[in-house]
Design a protein around this ligand. Structure first.
Ligand SMILES: [Zn+2]
Ligand SMILES: [Zn+2]
Length: 149
């Protein structure tokens, strides 16, 4: 069971060897800015299971709260964000679920960076919420806790 997706203009297309099921929903300010929207849901996919056609541009986003650089791959023609990569998960690509062709089966696994969530967005899916980085919080920062366990 594979999955396919593409950018808005279709110059960048991709195929994932297995069908992703879970979403990491990111409410961070940088994702909001890149998408021009209130959040980006991502599916995490092993890079070995990814085939991308076309030539996405890459923006190295190093002005992040966490200090981690995020490689943001997007279509240089229509601007669709396609996937991101982070150095601490070098074997994983995080694809934007909005570019997938089929999305009915997807369910949120967690919500990250709810500290910058748009006020009108109400999370009601029961997935754990993290004020900052889900699962990868900096050492010693105690106020960063999952709201729901
Ligand atoms: Zn495009
Ligand atoms: Zn984000």
């Amino acid at each position: 069971m594979s999955a396919t997706g593409k950018c808005l203009c279709g110059k960048v297309t991709y195929r994932l060897a297995s069908k992703p099921l879970m979403l990491d929903v990111c409410h961070c300010k940088n994702c909001q800015r890149q998408a021009g929207a209130s959040f980006i849901p991502f599916v995490a996919v092993p890079l070995t299971e990814v085939e991308v056609e076309g030539t996405p541009k890459v923006f190295m986003d190093d002005d992040t709260v966490s200090g981690n650089t995020v490689a943001r791959h997007f279509c240089g023609d229509c601007g669709s964000p396609i996937y991101v990569g982070v150095a601490r998960a070098p074997k994983t690509a995080y694809f934007t679920s909005g570019t997938l062709d089929h999305t009915d089966h997807l369910v949120p696994k967690c919500h990250g960076w709810t500290s910058t969530k748009h006020e009108w967005v109400t999370i009601s899916d029961g997935a754990p919420e993290y004020h900052q980085d889900p699962g990868l919080q900096p050492e010693g920062v105690r106020e960063i806790q999952a709201v729901a366990e």
